[in-house]
Design a protein around this ligand. Structure first.
Ligand SMILES: [Zn+2]
Length: 74
């Protein structure tokens, strides 16, 4: 039984790497992207996207959270 949450590339069947990418936007906003990437062919599959920004008082606000793959169970 295989249920350790491993994600395999649909193209070449290789175990995909879990990566995080942070993109800095205007006014101190950040886009944090979690995704799986195949080390062989470069295929990407998004997992989670979070957009963080600061409000007028300098407080951090999580603007958007999108679960793409995380909720899906196998
Ligand atoms: Zn691949």
């Amino acid at each position: 039984m295989k249920s350790n949450g491993e994600v395999v590339c649909p193209r070449c069947g290789v175990k995909m790497e879990y990566r995080v990418e942070i993109e800095f936007g205007e006014n101190g906003s950040k886009k944090i992207r979690y995704y799986y990437r195949c080390p062989r062919c470069g295929y990407r599959e998004s997992d989670l996207l979070i957009i963080v920004r600061r409000d007028g008082a300098g407080k951090i606000v999580i603007e958007k959270e999108e679960y793409i793959k995380r909720v899906k169970g196998r």
